[in-house]
Design a protein around this ligand. Structure first.
Ligand code: F6P
Length: 334
């Protein structure tokens, strides 16, 4: 297919900045002569033919809005080849020759399969509050979610200090711990539990540190817990074990949940959304002109926007690599 028709969708867990990116894509692509079709609810929408031609007005007044105006979905059925074939037939019916997927790792896998099987021009824009996508320093939504968590930490700190309590605050992050580590450091938490931590070793140290700090007059304690999807009610398990080791400590649990995915995107997420959007349209323009379909992801590396092969991005794991920071978090907490 060699039509200048672009399909764009937001997929997986929504994240602040998706709308800012969509705005940039729609406006620049139309400027460059593309027809832009929004695919509502991502892969599910491809199957259900939820196609909508987007004009300049569609993306008005969305730069400041969290969530995604195109809506999103999780659609594991897309792992099946016959489902992708049907989706492709529907894309073909619309004349779509290029796709931009704004989403996370799982969504990129669907995009990569579509490119591989049907040779469609494909670009992925990293968007997830988990910040767990290989090759990019930041994904859309991470900064906003971090700030939402920080506001919660600040609020809980007030009541923790007032009662001399220990709070376990559980944050999202999909078993990777980026959000937990980053917010523990910036929120002045006393400690952080990462999914790879061994509780048997860690908990006695945490209890001893709490007692030491309390004896020098420290009132409240904030312990950030990275969600662990393999362990049900993880923070409650930690609280129970901590209570067994140190029965006199007053412990409360606060699981922040989906509020972390909402809210108006920060300046950083809006500008990153625009920069990712611009780059993705430029890449598609190049593929189209050279008649050379590729699968790429746009990334932020050391302050610069560039692109990587989508195959590499989905096949490699982003390492936390900063675990030594949890030592410093404890030291800085005094
Ligand atoms: O991937 C983003 C994320 O918010 C994770 O941090 C979390 O584990 C998951 O999505 C929650 O998924 P859902 O919205 O489907 O409950």
């Amino acid at each position: 297919m060699n039509n200048k028709i672009l399909g764009v969708y937001t997929s997986g867990g929504d994240s602040p900045g998706m709308n800012a990116s969509l705005r940039a894509i729609v406006r620049l692509a139309i400027h460059n002569g593309w027809k832009v079709i929004g695919i509502e609810k991502a892969y599910k929408g491809m199957l259900e033919k939820n196609f909508k031609t987007l004009d300049l007005n569609f993306v008005a007044q969305i730069i400041q809005r969290g969530g995604t105006v195109l809506q999103s979905s999780r659609y594991p059925e897309f792992l099946k080849k016959e489902v992708r074939q049907k989706a492709y037939n529907n894309l073909k019916e619309q004349g779509i020759s290029a796709l931009i997927c704004i989403g996370g790792d799982g969504s990129f896998k669907g995009l990569s399969a579509l490119h591989k099987e049907f040779n469609i021009n494909a670009v992925g824009i990293p968007a997830t509050i988990d910040n767990d996508i290989y090759g990019t320093d930041l994904s859309l939504g991470f900064d906003t979610a971090s700030n939402v968590v920080l506001s919660a930490i600040d609020c809980i700190r007030d009541t923790a200090d007032s009662h001399g309590r220990v709070f376990l605050i559980e944050v999202m992050g999909h078993n990777f711990g980026f959000l937990a580590l980053h917010t523990a450091l910036s929120g002045g938490a006393e400690d952080v539990f990462l999914p790879q931590d061994n509780l048997k070793i860690k908990l006695p140290q945490v209890a001893a540190n709490i007692k030491k700090r309390q004896s020098r007059g420290k009132k409240g304690h904030i312990l950030i817990v990275a969600e662990d999807l393999n362990k049900q009610a993880y923070s409650y398990q930690i609280a129970k074990q901590l209570k067994t080791i140190a029965p006199d400590i007053d412990i409360k649990v606060s699981i922040l949940g989906h509020m972390q995915r909402g809210g108006s995107p920060t300046c950083l997420d809006r500008s990153l959304g625009a920069r990712f959007g611009i780059k993705s349209v430029e890449l598609l323009e190049e593929m189209f002109l050279l008649n050379n379909p590729k699968q790429l992801a746009v990334v932020l590396k050391q302050g610069k926007i560039s692109s990587l092969d989508l195959k590499d991005v989905i096949s490699r794991k982003k390492e936390l690599n900063e675990e030594e920071l949890s030592n410093y978090i404890r030291i800085l907490a005094g």
